[in-house]
Design a protein around this ligand. Structure first.
Ligand SMILES: Cc1ncc(COP(=O)(O)O)c(C=O)c1O
Length: 403
């Protein structure tokens, strides 16, 4: 009998990290396009760093409230209302150690063994992992690649109906803008999703961590503007739009005041108290990041424009290949091409990714880890010259594998 749980977990984004470390030890130069970390490529704004250092100098090194410091909860509420309207207060905000911890908390708070939740496929892997760890099972609805990863609303309704009789799914979740597809959901599609949540009485969870990294004229709509009167949770944080992955700060916004929303806030607060608190100096750094709107506007505009140029460059180069094709992303910083597997002498995207690393020294993530076999996820944050070389090497491997 094994001592460890049988639930399979782990991140497809980081699964080759040990091999990469070993290859580097052997002297190989590996280009890693696997982790979506803007702070590796764009320097975190000075005002955030200064605020972090000041917090340390001011001895802000003790535990904070489990829910997060009030100043930060208020700053999150202010940002949300500034961008999306409404009348949120800090009382409806909880601070977590990265959005990842927020995802974990939601599942711990809601899921008992045997419960279900509705996720879209392709999904960000942590959603499935945390759901499974809590003993839950995913009901998967597919985005349609043929219609630019748009929502198949009938498919979504079919997924909802797959829940066991008398046991409705605990939540329905969307990631918008999406990781890994880079899609920004049309307002019409979001309205239909919100409509189904209302029809079936489901809690909506919306991960909006890329909300300010939107380009090509796409328009982002927050679920909070459409789901008034319906229980919902918005997930956001410091990592992407504030270019501060290592600060490990996330936010859970649970705005409504119905019985369900209040119960969820209380349950998550109880869970949060077990892990004591999020990193204290990081919280003070984030107060500055959120409240200094001028600095942020400058920083995000610069980063967004550069990301848009890099992602678009990568997508165009991919689409010039005979061996793969990607939907052009409008948000986030990923390209998610489909490999033309029928033309390649290879069994799976996993095998492709392993050979790409071993033979071409390029690390990307396998699409099957996101629920989309035959795809690969390329983080398109590096400078164009790096992306060009990396995609050329992917193409070189495809050519060698070509049947
Ligand atoms: C959609 C999505 N949600 C959450 C996270 C995790 O964010 P954090 O760094 O705040 O834990 C990521 C990171 O890539 C992500 O893409």
């Amino acid at each position: 009998m094994s001592v460890v749980s049988k639930v399979r977990v782990g991140s497809p984004i980081r699964e080759a990290d040990q091999i990469v470390a070993e290859l580097r030890r052997q002297g190989k130069t590996i280009t890693s396009l696997s982790i979506g970390d803007p702070a590796t490529y764009f320097k975190t704004p000075e005002n955030i760093i200064d605020a972090y250092v000041k917090a340390l100098r001011d001895s802000k090194t003790s535990y904070s409230s489990s829910l997060g410091i009030l100043e930060l909860r208020d700053a999150v509420a202010k940002r949300q209302t500034r961008l999306y309207g409404g009348s949120l207060t800090g009382n409806e905000v909880l601070v977590t150690q990265g959005a990842s911890e927020g995802i974990d908390f939601i599942n711990r708070a809601l899921i008992d063994p045997g419960d279900t939740a509705v996720l879209f496929r392709p999904y960000y892997p942590s959603y499935l992992a945390y759901l499974n760890l809590a003993g839950g099972r995913a009901l998967l609805a597919n985005y349609s690649e043929e219609s630019n990863w748009g929502v198949d609303i009938e498919g979504l309704e079919r997924a909802i109906k797959k829940a066991p009789k008398g046991k409705k799914p605990k939540y329905l979740m969307v990631i918008n803008p999406n990781n890994p597809t880079g899609t920004v959901l049309k307002e019409e599609d979001l309205k239909q999703i919100v409509g189904l949540a209302k029809k079936y009485g489901l809690l909506l969870v919306s991960d909006e961590i890329y909300d300010e990294i939107v380009y090509n004229g796409a328009k982002f709509t927050s679920v909070s503007t459409l789901a008034k009167g319906i229980p919902h949770i918005i997930i956001n944080g410091a990592s992407k739009c504030y270019d501060s992955t290592g600060l490990r700060i996330g936010f859970l916004i649970i705005p409504e005041h119905d019985r369900v929303s209040v119960a969820i806030r209380e349950r998550i607060a109880d869970i949060a108290s077990i892990r004591l608190c999020p990193n204290t100096p990081s919280q003070y750094a984030m107060v500055e990041a959120l409240n200094n709107v001028d600095e942020h506007s400058r920083a995000i505009a610069r980063m967004r424009d550069e990301i848009a140029a890099r992602v678009t460059f990568a997508a165009e180069m991919i689409n010039n290949s005979e061996h793969m094709k990607t939907v052009k992303p409008d948000g986030g910083f990923y390209a998610f091409p489909k490999l033309h597997m029928g033309k390649l002498d290879i069994r799976s995207d996993g095998e492709f990714v392993t050979r790409l690393l071993q033979e071409e020294c390029i690390q990307v993530a396998r699409g099957s880890g996101f629920g989309a076999p035959d795809h690969i996820r390329i983080v398109a944050l590096a400078e164009k010259a790096v992306l060009e070389k990396a995609i050329s090497r992917i193409e070189a491997l495809c050519k060698r594998l070509s049947k």
